[in-house]
Design a protein around this ligand. Structure first.
Ligand SMILES: [Zn+2]
Length: 300
């Protein structure tokens, strides 16, 4: 019982670090050129993708609301053109916090239908026991799609492709066609255990599917922008995929035996992975807690 309480408490502390109560005054926005007028911006929250060119700025995700002025000035250093479109890879507040500011500037916000649904209504993130109020109208997508949509601008064909039940039920990966560059949103945490929002329809099996599918499409020259962590290549994605598969393989026998989560935590099934992957956003027991029930349910 104490273990469960500690688990919940540490999740709560982890969340507080991510919430709007965070002090953003010291956050700096780093601009990382990816190639072909495409950039990755890092600050706090999810990695932002930018395409800058003669037709204007295309933006992927927008971190937290207090960071909007810094993000806009980082973008202004790349391009003097206005931001035309901003697409959300999913509904989480560390990727959509700037939506309202951008919407008020006249930026067209685009997202998957399920992102529109979740942003339009009050949400509850079960894993963090956190209520997230609906986004005001100016921050909502004005265009939503159910499968895929392609933007033709700056000499690029930028495809947003919905992937089913991975990090949430509304994830999109953004593919810069012919440029070998992909933004994977939170279907990819580069270098550490991912948060999987099972309360919003996420599943570790979907996460594995996305990584496995993309691994058949990328090559050694591909550049992959993850939702969190540094710019990645194919090998990084392969390592991440293999970790997810290894985690499922380690946990599945325990769920088959019918062990409770507390019993499973004592057996430390992820011990071979924790040193390399457990030092990030989610601690090892948190990751185990998040995937355990999904795997148990899948085995039923
Ligand atoms: Zn997320």
């Amino acid at each position: 019982m104490i273990r469960v309480f500690t688990f919940c408490l540490s999740l709560f502390i982890g969340l507080t670090a991510l919430s709007s109560a965070q002090d953003f005054s010291k956050v700096e926005i780093k601009t990382i050129p990816v190639g072909d007028g495409i950039y990755m911006l890092q600050g706090a929250g999810g990695n932002i993708g930018i395409s800058a060119g003669e037709d204007g700025v295309f933006m992927i995700d927008d971190q937290f609301s207090p960071l909007t002025p810094k993000i806009l000035s980082a973008i202004a250093n790349i391009s003097k053109e206005p931001i035309k479109f901003m697409i959300n890879t999913h509904w989480h507040f560390d990727h959509t916090g700037g939506n309202e500011n951008l919407g008020k500037m006249g930026v067209i916000i685009v997202a998957h239908d399920n992102v529109y649904e979740r942003l339009s209504t009050d949400q509850f993130i079960k894993a963090f026991k956190r209520e997230v109020p609906a986004t005001p109208k100016d921050g909502l997508p004005v265009v939503s799609f159910n499968d895929e949509v392609t933007f033709h601008m700056n000499g690029l064909h930028i495809k947003a492709q919905h992937v089913k039940n991975a990090h949430t039920d509304g994830d999109s990966i953004i593919i810069f066609k012919d440029k070998n560059i992909i933004h994977m949103g939170d279907t990819f945490f580069n270098g550490f255990y991912p948060f999987i929002d099972t309360g919003s329809g996420g599943s570790i099996y979907g996460m594995i599917d996305v990584a496995a599918t993309l691994l058949t499409q990328v090559d050694d020259k591909s550049k992959i922008i993850p939702g969190h962590g540094p710019l990645a290549n194919k090998q990084d994605l392969q390592n991440y995929h293999d970790m997810l598969v290894q985690a499922v393989n380690a946990v599945r026998p325990l769920t088959k035996k019918g062990l409770s989560l507390e019993e499973a935590i004592k057996l430390d099934p992820l011990k071979d992975l924790n040193e390399k992957w457990g030092g990030g956003f989610l601690k090892p027991d948190q990751f185990l807690g998040i995937i355990y029930q999904t795997i148990a349910d899948h085995n039923k």
